[in-house]
Ligand binder design. Structure first.
Ligand code: NAD
Length: 357
């Protein structure tokens, strides 16, 4: 019997609809090849939703998300909505989805593709072979800790936040890190600042305790400042990097920048029940509607969906291989184009990838 997956599709703004359409083209092939059926329900989000309903995340969209197995998201935002108050802006829709669906982990792979090595700011010998995953905790840490605030004390302004983690938050992200490492190269680097912060000391103890159930996976601990440096010096040595919310915010951007191609970077945010897949780039208003955006980050996000939500790792791997072959054969969207390669638009890039599946 055909397996059915309910997918909430939220194209959003700017290039969102184009890259999501292109990705669905690739998923159509997967559906035939793997005998699965994707039941798509489209929802409005971001500026598109503000224009229709006045709300960046209408109730209807949230309902569609909550009734789905996975959410495929494009991007939100644009100049048109830039002057709205903060809680009415398109980006608020995205933040609310993450909160409503209790997504506690953000997965950001960074992989160096052989034909795109010169896009990296690093030397070819350093970047070649890089294939790592940053796993960032999303619900705790200094971003949400209480007390927080700004006030005047003794005639002087002070600002303060609280860095806090609960045991269960560290335990569940550590467990996920080890599970993910088992499907990759069996190594976890846990990043903290345990030489200075009590919260990091506790983080480290708990990661060690969870590791007892995963002794087949190699575990190392690294201070965040050292990690920032080693990512530039020897990025190849990392497999899964697990870290808290604020360190992960910074380290994941650094890892993304290693490969140099914004249009190539996928991501997933997952919770106990829901999973959300999106490219890391924004709505690229400067190229929206021109049919030239790179769909690969979204297509690779869909590959993560096949792996994590649909439990079809072979289909996910096939997409990655098809992307590599398409690049090897010289096809490029404008953002990754170089002399001697063939420039294609969004849909043709998806078509070339689909043909190689
Ligand atoms: P951006 O990522 O949209 O674009 C940065 C640059 O990269 C632009 O020159 C753009 O043309 C290019 N680019 C991005 N994705 C590309 C792709 N797939 N193919 C080819 N080129 C691509 O970032 P920005 O310009 O800072 O922000 C634009 C809007 O997107 C803003 O409204 C911002 O708030 C929003 N934004 C949304 C998200 C999201 O939805 N997750 C993330 C970041 C920014």
């Amino acid at each position: 019997m055909k397996k059915v997956f309910k997918i909430a599709v939220l194209p959003g703004d700017g290039i969102g609809p184009e890259i999501v359409d292109a990705t669905i083209r690739v998923l159509d092939i997967v559906s035939k090849k793997y005998n699965v059926h994707f039941e798509y329900k489209y929802g409005l989000v971001g500026g598109a939703a503000i224009d229709e309903t006045g709300d960046p995340l209408p109730e209807e969209t949230l309902r569609i998300c909550k009734e789905s197995d996975a959410i495929l998201f494009g991007a939100v935002g644009g100049e048109k909505w830039d002057n709205l108050p903060t809680d009415k802006r398109p980006e608020k829709g995205l933040l609310r989805i993450r909160k409503e669906l209790q997504l506690f982990a953000n997965l950001r792979p960074a992989k160096a593709y052989e034909p795109l090595l010169d896009a990296s700011p690093l030397k070819e010998s350093v970047i070649k072979g890089v294939d790592l995953l940053v796993l960032r905790e999303l619900t705790g840490d200094v971003y949400f800790g209480e007390p927080r605030g700004r006030e005047v004390r003794n005639g002087e302004r002070v600002g303060y936040n609280t860095m806090i983690y609960y045991e269960h938050e560290v335990r569940r992200i550590a467990k996920l890190a080890f599970e993910l490492a088992r499907k990759r190269r069996n190594k976890v680097t846990s990043v903290d600042k345990a030489n200075v912060l009590e919260v990091s000391g506790m983080w480290r103890d708990i990661v060690n305790e969870v590791h007892a159930d995963y002794s087949d996976v190699e575990l190392e601990h690294m201070y965040v400042d050292n990690c920032a440096m080693q990512l530039i010096r020897r990025p190849k040595d990392f497999d899964v990097i697990v870290t808290g919310n604020i360190f992960g915010d910074i380290i994941s951007d650094e890892a993304g920048a290693l490969t140099g191609s914004l249009g190539m970077l996928p991501s997933a945010s997952i919770g106990e029940r829901y999973a959300f897949y999106e490219p890391i780039h924004g709505s690229a208003p400067d190229i929206a509607g021109k049919g030239i955006a790179n769909p690969i980050a979204t297509i690779l996000s869909a590959a993560m969906m096949l792996d994590i939500t649909c439990k079809l790792p072979k289909a996910a791997r096939d997409i990655e291989i098809a992307v590599e072959k398409t690049l090897d054969d010289g096809f490029r969207t404008v953002d990754i184009w170089s002399v001697g390669t063939t420039k294609v638009g969004t849909f043709d890039m998806a078509e070339e990838i689909a043909r190689r599946l």
